[in-house]
Design a protein around this ligand. Sequence first.
Ligand SMILES: Cc1cc2nc3c(=O)[nH]c(=O)nc-3n(C[C@H](O)[C@H](O)[C@H](O)COP(=O)(O)OP(=O)(O)OC[C@H]3O[C@@H](n4cnc5c(N)ncnc54)[C@H](O)[C@@H]3O)c2cc1C
Length: 322
Amino acid sequence: MSIKSTLNSPTAEAGFAAKLIARFGDRVSQNKVLAPYFRTGVGGVGECVIEVETVVELIDACQIAQAFHRPYIVVGGGTGSLMSQVGSPGLTVVNRTRQILFTDPTSLVRVESGVSNQALITTTAGRGLGGIEFLSAIPGTVGGAIATNASFQGQSILPYIRTLTVWLPGQEGTVTQIRPSDIVAATGQPISLFKQTPPPVLLSVDLQLSRLYPDEIMRRLRAYRKRIALIADRTVKVGRPFWQELPHDRTLRRELERFRAPGIRPRWSESLLEVSRGSVQPNDYRAFLQSVANWAKGHDLRLDQRLSYLGYWPDDEGKIDA
Ligand SMILES: Cc1cc2nc3c(=O)[nH]c(=O)nc-3n(C[C@H](O)[C@H](O)[C@H](O)COP(=O)(O)OP(=O)(O)OC[C@H]3O[C@@H](n4cnc5c(N)ncnc54)[C@H](O)[C@@H]3O)c2cc1C
């Protein structure tokens, strides 16, 4: 999306900010640095930024952006995305919704999209509910995990989803309930729903968990303890940059290991990028990942990038307009 094409007249922009302030008061920040909302710790400035705490606030914020024809993005844990160096026009909504509703005696749980994977696992385990322990190995929020189809060791949250409650953009906007099978039927794969422009927003999800003995849940969680420690390690800024598995072939691995960039230390065996010193700018992260993907093409391999590039990227301009 072009920053030029999204700039309205100064009066319209003032109207947009005024409407947000009328709804959210001094919680609306203008021209705020976005870096702290992202695991990479880098990123430019957001024109208007609001942290929402309830689903109603999440809908209202996106609806205001739609009414003023301004772009909006929703940020969860900021662990699967890279904010541009330039920043983001329109509205950046940081999703801090955090309700988890239990429907005893069934093991169906309604989870708001801003709940972190770790909070979900801890809270449900405390109620003797399990099945999704693998999520503790993935940082971020439940909304981010669904929007990016996060997976670990071949396990994804998809089979546990009964219903998604989604806000669909439009002049009025609509809240609708969708089953994963409907999304797959409509778009080919669940993730593509959230890749549309303007993007639908996941509000909450109904998950079907299983009743398990606490010992069994603990046993399963212990299996991920190394990975849990690794994701808690804040030096690791980018995890799982590509959809595909990296090649196991020794020669190719050795070539891959030659990829270096100042400040970036790749740990290809765990598909992670660690930033060992200083801070690496978004353009450099992106250029680094692009050069690895280009190298793969030259070896008949496919490495599709799975990070979400948020905000305004001048280099994308030509591609989008082309
Ligand atoms: C150390 C480390 C290890 C990792 N390991 C793994 C791994 O094993 N497997 C894996 O799959 N990923 C992994 N990741 C990547 C990342 O953690 C996941 O993709 C995660 O699910 C992203 O969640 P998030 O809340 O941080 O999303 P964000 O980065 O905040 O957002 C990602 C995308 O989802 C969209 N989005 C977020 N919330 C919503 C919503 N409510 N509605 C609509 N769209 C939304 C955003 O707009 C953005 O496009 C790792 C990352 C790190 C840093």
